[in-house]
Design a protein around this ligand. Structure first.
Ligand code: FMN
Length: 195
């Protein structure tokens, strides 16, 4: 009788161990599936193609969706002349409240938790059209990681300037300057480090 009781006890212990292991496996599977559902987006603005190239390579290297921020009125060569104090870019960048219109194409940030946001540095910060983009969409509780190209300048006050265009629950991280057209391998390694 005592032996039977011991056998039953052992069977109960083994049984609960198996149930625990199965539950645990299901939990892990669920976590993995949730992580995979959290999609990453690469959004960018590029006036002359340099940032666009980096954005495309980054998106390809991490299998992310890509979105181009398009000004309603594209920038011409003379718009971009920073030597001219009357050029469109100089006028816009002198007025931090300027919000150049962007193309409205029903884009939604809904399915993304993390957004890599790329742009050229203009007058030591992001072009104001990037503020337009941030103000046009919902970035509540999302993480934004910046990348930029420039003639040599760093991010300067870029993060502070962009933070003005999102709510307090949006995280904006400075990220990296991508001035030497990094390879897809380099971009992937960087993205995995910051994600
Ligand atoms: C209006 C304007 C302002 C710029 N201001 C800066 C600057 O402050 N510092 C810098 O290093 N480069 C500056 N640049 C150079 C761009 O950041 C650089 O060429 C960038 O890679 C262009 O990217 P894109 O081809 O994606 O537009 C400026 C360019 C323009 C057109």
């Amino acid at each position: 009788m005592k032996n039977i009781l011991i056998i039953i006890l052992v069977l109960i212990i083994i049984g609960s161990g198996v149930v625990f292991a199965l539950n645990n496996k299901n939990d892990k599977l669920q976590i993995k599936e949730t992580n995979m559902a959290n999609k990453v987006l690469v959004a960018y603005f590029s006036a002359t193609g340099t940032t666009k190239q980096v954005a495309q390579n980054l998106a390809e290297s991490i299998n992310a969706d890509i979105y181009e921020i398009k000004p309603k009125v594209p920038y011409t060569k003379s718009d971009l002349n920073w030597m001219d104090k009357n050029s469109r870019s100089t006028i816009e960048m002198n007025d931090h409240n300027s919000r150049p219109e962007i193309v409205d194409d029903n884009f939604s940030t809904d399915s993304y938790d993390t957004i890599f946001l790329g742009f050229p540095i203009w007058w030591y910060i992001a072009p104001t059209v990037v503020n337009t983009f941030l103000e046009a969409h919902d970035f509540t509780n999302k993480k934004i990681i910046l990348f930029a190209t420039s003639g040599g300048s760093g991010f300067g006050k870029t993060v502070d300037n962009l933070k003005k265009s999102v709510s307090g629950s949006t995280q904006i991280k400075e990220g990296k300057l991508m001035n030497n057209n990094p390879s897809k391998e380099e971009l992937k390694k960087w993205a995995e480090e910051v994600l």
